[in-house]
Write a protein that binds this ligand. Sequence first.
Ligand code: NI
Length: 389
Amino acid sequence: MVTVSYAKLSDKLVSIRRDLHRFPELGWREERTTEKICEVLDELKIPHRRLPGLTGVIADIPGTEGVPVVALRADIDALPIHEETNLEFASSIEGNMHACGHDGHVSMLLGAAEILASESALPAPVRLLFQPAEELGAGALKMIEHGALKDVGMIFGGHIDRHFKAGVIAVTDGVVNASADKFVIDITGKGGHAARPHETVDAVIAGSLLVIALQTIVSREVNPAHPSVVTVGKFEAGTASNVIAGRCHMEGTIRTQDDEVRRHLHEALFRMAQSVGQLHGATIDCRIVESLPVLTNTLAATDIARRAAAAVVGSKRVEAMATANMGGEDFSFYIHEVPGCYVRFGGQVEGCVFPAHSSKFVFDEACLLVGAQYLAEVAKTAGETLRVG
Ligand code: NI
């Protein structure tokens, strides 16, 4: 058994994170990132495999045979954002930036790998999932397709969060991220001369009315105790001031924290689209692209996460999110298959107000060692539980 020096490990994690930060790669293009992960795993002598023909890595650390596997997941991709942080290790790839802290997540999981590999025996086998394309909402499903959850009994992960100080881990019961679905609406009316509206079916009028109608779904049809959002983010129609538009194209997003509400919002969207179409004699075609399910932490796994977090940072620094995040997180696909818990790692930088996905997003690197220690600890705590059965 090798003892890990946490001071040394902390320096190493900072240097891995800064290296990744300098070379941010977008979803499905994380080639260099994948190589870097494999390099570190090779040094630690941890067996691993790349997803065939894709980016992303799955590594396995052996533990007590016959016990279900504990999976730990980090997302590895960056965003198409031009970085404006002025950090000395700022992005060197024009137009790409690690603006969501996934560089930190990779570093944390590699740190956990080092801690776990130094143990003489683990209560359960541990699988490390370095997942590509989280920002595209597509990586988790591909990982699952490639056997990421085979024999897995529980899964854990987390996200850096500027709302909490470094050293804090937020472990929250129940829903932590919303579902996210995209909708696309195409209205076909009858275009014509702006001065002869009686000869036309105005797609701008039908579209405008539909935007307003959609806003009444959440405000009038959903129980206010269930947070939900319907946003029309794109509205395109018309070509000239003296032409009545015959077509209108709209796109938007639906967010909920509850499967029943999610179904209701879908049904209401179709109903209103159809009704507004009838009202104006327009044809309205409506499509919903289901993207991400609700992320709900499971009870037993959350309890394990809370104990592991307390063992690392002390119970006073284990907090909880006041409200769930209305953003989506594709960790939800794993939790739909196996029990698990998704936490937040405090990464606040004093005085910095820039949120994740901002070109000026930064985080306190002190969270890297905390995250690494937590992930290693939660793997052991969950492993003990799974071993006992
Ligand atoms: Ni993120």
